[in-house]
Design a protein around this ligand. Structure first.
Ligand code: CA
Length: 226
């Protein structure tokens, strides 16, 4: 499996390359949009990691051109935390997934594996599970067809659960992947619990059964009741 990293921050590009090579991927790196575009036309890649903010030709431009030429290579875009518009625009222009910087390598690997497994048949802008529906472009959230208003953080949390429905999510995972904190601390656990309580109120309270359940001493799981 061959992956192209298009990222102008050389340290980050190098760290990603090493992590992916350790997982036995073959990796090429481009430090500009032009260079990335050239490589994509030159050889086959199974997946492209594409930074949005690039000098010269930016990631959105590279992506739009690829898709206009009907190239279907899976693309994960990398965006900065405070630019929600970027990820919406990216998904709209044909990206298959996105990651917000800084992200943890295990999360990147999980996304890469999911995309490589999935191929191109599923609509990745729409996450669905246990009666919930989340549209990553319009940011609409529905439960049993009923609209639910979420804050940005609640949206991010629920997205994390939907991507892992049916599997247990621990507070360590939430701290690492949603709060980007590698070492778990007691105050952060409280913050996580406060957000979880609010989220669960919104998606579960008015409905017949809760879709997010507590697994005592372990964490939480999103699933249909068993
Ligand atoms: Ca950049």
């Amino acid at each position: 499996m061959r992956i192209l990293i298009v990222e102008d921050e050389k340290k980050l590009a190098h760290a990603l390359k090493e992590s992916l090579e350790y997982e036995r991927f073959e990796v090429d790196v481009a430090h500009s949009g032009e260079e990335g575009f050239f490589l994509i036309n030159e050889r086959h890649f199974d997946l492209v990691l594409l930074d949005i903010m690039l000098p010269g030709r930016d990631g959105i431009d590279v992506l739009s051109t690829l898709r206009k030429r009907n190239m279907t290579t899976p693309v994960i875009i990398l965006t900065a935390r405070d630019t929600i518009e970027d990820r919406v625009l990216g998904l709209d222009r044909g990206a298959d997934d996105y990651l917000v910087k800084p992200f943890a390598v295990p999360e990147l690997l999980a996304r890469i594996r999911a995309l490589l497994r999935r191929g191109h048949n599923e609509n990745s802008m729409l996450l669905k599970a246990a009666g919930l529906e989340m549209n990553l472009i319009t940011r609409d959230v529905l439960r049993d067809g009923q609209a639910i208003e979420l804050t940005a953080k609640e949206f991010e949390l629920l997205e994390y659960f939907l991507r892992r429905h049916g599997t247990v999510v621990t507070r360590e995972m939430l701290a690492r992947d949603v709060w980007n904190v590698s070492v778990r601390a007691v105050p952060l656990d409280n913050v996580i619990d406060v957000h979880m309580t609010r989220l669960r109120k919104k998606i579960d309270q008015a409905f017949a059964y809760p879709v997010i359940q507590t697994i005592r001493g372990v964490g939480f799981i999103l699933r249909e009741p068993v």
